[in-house]
Design a protein around this ligand. Sequence first.
Ligand SMILES: Cc1cc2nc3c(=O)[nH]c(=O)nc-3n(C[C@H](O)[C@H](O)[C@H](O)COP(=O)(O)OP(=O)(O)OC[C@H]3O[C@@H](n4cnc5c(N)ncnc54)[C@H](O)[C@@H]3O)c2cc1C
Length: 282
Amino acid sequence: MKLPPFALHVPRTLDEALALRAALGSDAKVLAGGQSLLPMMRYRMLRPYALIDITRVESLARLDTAPAVRMGAAVTHADVERCERAGALFDLLRAHAAEIAFLPVRSRGTVVGSLVHADPAGDWPLLLTALDATVELASLRGRRAVALRDFIRGAMDSDVQVDEIALAATLPERASGLVRWGRCKLMHRAGEFASASALALQGADGQWACWLGAIDPGPLALPATAARLPAAGGLLPPRRDIAASALDEILAARPHVDPLAASRHAQAMARAAEQAWQGVAA
Ligand SMILES: Cc1cc2nc3c(=O)[nH]c(=O)nc-3n(C[C@H](O)[C@H](O)[C@H](O)COP(=O)(O)OP(=O)(O)OC[C@H]3O[C@@H](n4cnc5c(N)ncnc54)[C@H](O)[C@@H]3O)c2cc1C
């Protein structure tokens, strides 16, 4: 299907982009990778009269890796996949990026666009929530930073005001101390969105965090399941015990989730924990 008509603005500086964002109002949209916005326009779910393409603003294309990871709003999934920095955190970021769709989508779609879009099945909302990321936003009124856990308010609902542009997603420095990780993305077919998705992360303090994605309305922490994973040494509980613990937590926290789907999420959690325990990242 053809795109409906729109005016395209391609600012080269952030000041120019913010001025356009303020002037064009709520019927204009920011265009990042266009991998969610353009399909929605093709299907006439959205009809913005103007798009502000932010991908030519040089300062938004930066991917900083030290002292903390900061991904500018024009950083694509493929940029993360190509990042050469060593360490468990970067192995995890690369593996996560590499499993998003196919290369043409990864070469255009952006990490920050994915957070703003807030699709519950999106991969970045899960990982960056688990890593306690912050989103930086700017408008002509000033700048602010919001914890991603608050930024995503629900399915397809994020905290971006009509005159704002999200500038970057930043990880706390402690994320660089990640020791082990495991992830399991279940898909009906390779390259699709997740039908269930799980992460098990062990920080430098030995503590585990267990998270699920692709679950309405957004990422779900499983603290009781995380508490069952041994800090160091010891034995990992059997897969069925981890899955049973995860299932209890899912059904308690999200009683609306279909029991079969909940069971798939719980199995994904057990597999992620096993992968982390086997030290894939070590
Ligand atoms: C075939 C296909 C398969 C896919 N599979 C997956 C998958 O497996 N996992 C996954 O996570 N994603 C998947 N995606 C989605 C893809 O990752 C998108 O790129 C992503 O969801 C949105 O990023 P974008 O840069 O393309 O944003 P856009 O489509 O450009 O924008 C999305 C929305 O966010 C707004 N926006 C974007 N950036 C900003 C900003 N900086 N400030 C303010 N507003 C902004 C836009 O106005 C729009 O409303 C898939 C997409 C396709 C087409």
